[in-house]
Design a protein around this ligand. Sequence first.
Ligand SMILES: C[S@@+](CC[C@H](N)C(=O)[O-])C[C@H]1O[C@@H](n2cnc3c(N)ncnc32)[C@H](O)[C@@H]1O
Length: 245
Amino acid sequence: MTDIYESDKILSEYLLFHFGNRDEILTDDFSWPAGMTDSLEFPVRTVAYFSKAPAERGLDLGCAVGRSAFEMARNCQEVVGIDFSHAFINAAEAMRRGDTLFYDRHDEATRVTRLAAQLPDGSDGAKLSFLQGDAMNLADDIGMFDRVHAANLLCRLTEPEKLLARLPHLVKPSGELVLATPCTWLEEFTPPENWPATGTFEWLMATLSPSFSLVKRANEPFLIRETARKFQWTTSLVTVWQRHG
Ligand SMILES: C[S@@+](CC[C@H](N)C(=O)[O-])C[C@H]1O[C@@H](n2cnc3c(N)ncnc32)[C@H](O)[C@@H]1O
């Protein structure tokens, strides 16, 4: 597995992506296209696909620096966030404890701006735990969850089928599953023999339908700022599922 998610550069990009506000992400005196402003707050928008009723347990796989897990904790009694990156989990755990994390946003060349990230208002760190781990080899005793969220994770796994095979055992009967994927299958992360042989949506339907009903299919854009003038602007395929009762 790659360790690209351990560098200071990507940690800063993800802290900004998850916790930066509009003015911190879209800087400079420029009339940014609406498509870019519509792409902010992706980790909040994917969690909004869950029902709003209170629930017991939530799981965020590939949680990165934790924003979606913090959002899930608004109406789950307990949320577990798991990511393979030690750097990301350490950052999420520090914010969970109430620390303010300072990081350098890259603007251009050697120019940086010091910013701060912290637990969002109204999110209760005591409900959360963050664990470094592998979504393809989760502990046998992790239990089952009312809500499972995995955003932009599937096409970063070496063996995504392993996670899909585990999902019926992770989501409680009638529980909810939100998957988001930009379908950016790359050899760097996933050997081509493990890419979907069909389109990603058809592959998800064929694999998950025996245990889940598709509730909704949608698209959600997201924006990762690399410098003041360079962004990754991508659209994720979001599928929302309910585990058969
Ligand atoms: C593209 S990022 C998406 C992060 C976050 N969910 C989001 O939407 O911003 C992929 C994440 O998956 C994590 N990851 C990659 N392989 C993993 C694995 N085998 N188990 C758990 N997390 C993994 C990476 O460390 C990274 O945080």
